[in-house]
Design a protein around this ligand. Structure first.
Ligand code: BEZ
Length: 382
C-alpha cells in the first residue's frame, strides 16, 4: 500500500521550511511538523536580520554552497515576489594579523570573490563613524548584506504549501522511528495529534536537536543576546545606503552588526558572536541583564564609539554549536530512514535554501552533487 507521505520534515524553521519547499516542488508528498507557529522567536531564526557574505573565512568549503545559496535566495524572491536579500556590502575589520581579516582575504582570493582592502586612513574616509585602531585593515565585500529571517521562512513555507506540502503547526512530536531506508522505507512519527507514516524522515530541529536526536551529537546550545542601540549622534552615518553589515575582531571577541535598516526608530542591531552560556531551548534565561549589554558595548564601542547610545531593546537567541563549528548534514548514522541537519553553530541561516536543496537530494536519492564532506554526521556521533 502506498505511504501517505514520501517525506516527513520535523521542524519548520530556517532549514525545515527550505527542505519542505525543495521536496514539495519536486513533486514529493511532504508533511512538515512544527511544535510552534513558524516563524517564532524561541529558536535561532528571529530578530529581523542575518548576515550573508561570500568570503567565508570559516572554511573555503562553504564558498560553493554560499554561492548556490545566493542563486536560490534570488529564486525564492522571484517565486514569491518578495525582496529578501538586501545587499549593503560587508565590512570585516580588525588587526591586520587577526584570523578574521587574514582568512577573509585568503577566502576571497582563492575563490575570486570581489573585495576591497582599506587601511586605517581609508576606513575613516569611507566610514567616518568608524574609529579603526592603528594596525587595522578592513575588507569590504560588495555582495554581502542581510536577510530578514522571518520573511525568508514565510517565503519558503508559502512555496512549500503552494507546491502541495501539508504543514502542521503547534503540533509537538513525541517520538519517531526511522530504521528503514529510502524509497521503499518506512518511518513513523508520533505527535500529540496522531501517528504519521512516510518513506523517509528529515530532522531539522534547530536548538531542539539534542532532544529530537536523543543526544546523538555533542551539541552545545548557547544563549546569545542581541541589542538594538540608537547610535549617539543619530542614525544618518549608519543608514544602509552608506553603512554595511560588519564583523569586528576585538581581542578574543568578535562583534557584529547591521546598518540602521529600520531607520531612526529602530537603531542598529549589534551583538557578540558566541558565548559560554550553555543552556537548552527549554531552560534558556530570556531576561536581559546589564552584563549582557556591557559585553556588547565593550566589544564594539572601541571602533564604533557612537554605539554607547541608548539601548532600545534586546532579545535572546540560541546557537547550536558543534565542537568544530561546522554544520552536521547527512544521513543519520544509526537510522537509515532519517536524514538530518543540525549544529549550525551560529552561522547557518544564510545557507537555508542550499541546505533545503541538499536535504531534498538526500531524502529522495540518498546522495547529492553538492560538496558536503565537511559536514559528515559520522565525525561526532556517539
Ligand atoms: C554570519 O555571517 O553568519 C555571522 C556573522 C556574525 C555573527 C554570526 C554570524
Amino acid at each position: 500500500m502506498p505511504k501517505p507521505f514520501d517525506v516527513i520534515v520535523l521542524g519548520l524553521g530556517a532549514m525545515g521550511s527550505a527542505a519542505a519547499c525543495h521536496l514539495a516542488s519536486r513533486g514529493t508528498r511532504v508533511l512538515g511538523i512544527e511544535q510552534f507557529t513558524s516563524p517564532h522567536d524561541k529558536g535561532s531564526s528571529h530578530g529581523g536580520s542575518r548576515i550573508i557574505r561570500q568570503a567565508y573565512f570559516e572554511s573555503p568549503d562553504y564558498i560553493p554552497l554560499v554561492l548556490r545559496a545566493y542563486e536560490l535566495w534570488r529564486k525564492v524572491e522571484a517565486d514569491t515576489g518578495t525582496k529578501l536579500l538586501h545587499t549593503t556590502g560587508g565590512l570585516t575589520l580588525g588587526d591586520a594579523t587577526s584570523e578574521l581579516v587574514s582568512r577573509t582575504v585568503a577566502a576571497a582570493r582563492a575563490h575570486s570573490i570581489p573585495f576591497e582592502m582599506f587601511d586605517v586612513a581609508e576606513v575613516r574616509r569611507r566610514f567616518p563613524a568608524l574609529e579603526p585602531l592603528a594596525g587595522d585593515i578592513a575588507v569590504l565585500e560588495p555582495h554581502a548584506g542581510y536577510l530578514p529571517p522571518e520573511e525568508c521562512i514565510r517565503a519558503h513555507l508559502k512555496l512549500a504549501a503552494a507546491a502541495g506540502a501539508e504543514l502542521h503547526f503547534e503540533e509537538r512530536v513525541l517520538g519517531w522511528n526511522a530504521a528503514d531506508g529510502h524509497g521503499g522505507g518506512h518511518v513513523s512519527v508520533r505527535t500529540v495529534r496522531g501517528t504519521y507514516e512516510a518513506a523517509h524522515l528529515v530532522v531539522t530541529a534547530g536548538p531542539w536537536a539534542n532532544e529530537a536526536l536523543a543526544g546523538l551529537f555533542p551539541l552545545r546550545v548557547t544563549r546569545q543576546v542581541v541589542a538594538w542601540i540608537a547610535p549617539r549622534g543619530g542614525v544618518a552615518p549608519f543608514l544602509p545606503q552608506r553603512f554595511p553589515v560588519f564583523l569586528i575582531e576585538q581581542g578574543s571577541a568578535r562583534g557584529y552588526g547591521f546598518p540602521a535598516i529600520d531607520g531612526a526608530a529602530g537603531g542598529m542591531k549589534v551583538a557578540v558572536h558566541g558565548s559560554d552560556e550553555v543552556c537548552t531551548a527549554g531552560t534558556v534565561d530570556r531576561e536581559i541583564h546589564p552584563a549582557d549589554l556591557e559585553r556588547i558595548r565593550q566589544t564594539l564601542t572601541v571602533r564604533i564609539p557612537a554605539l554607547d547610545g541608548e539601548v532600545l531593546r534586546a532579545q535572546t537567541c540560541l546557537y547550536t554549536m558543534t565542537p568544530d563549528e561546522n554544520f552536521i548534514l547527512g544521513a543519520h548514522p544509526g537510522s537509515a530512514g532519517c536524514t538530518l541537519a543540525c549544529g549550525f553553530s551560529g552561522h547557518g541561516f544564510k545557507f537555508a535554501p542550499i541546505v533545503g536543496e541538499v536535504l531534498a537530494d538526500l531524502a529522495t536519492t540518498g546522495t547529492t552533487a553538492h560538496p558536503i564532506g565537511l559536514f559528515d554526521p559520522n565525525r561526532f556521533s556517539r
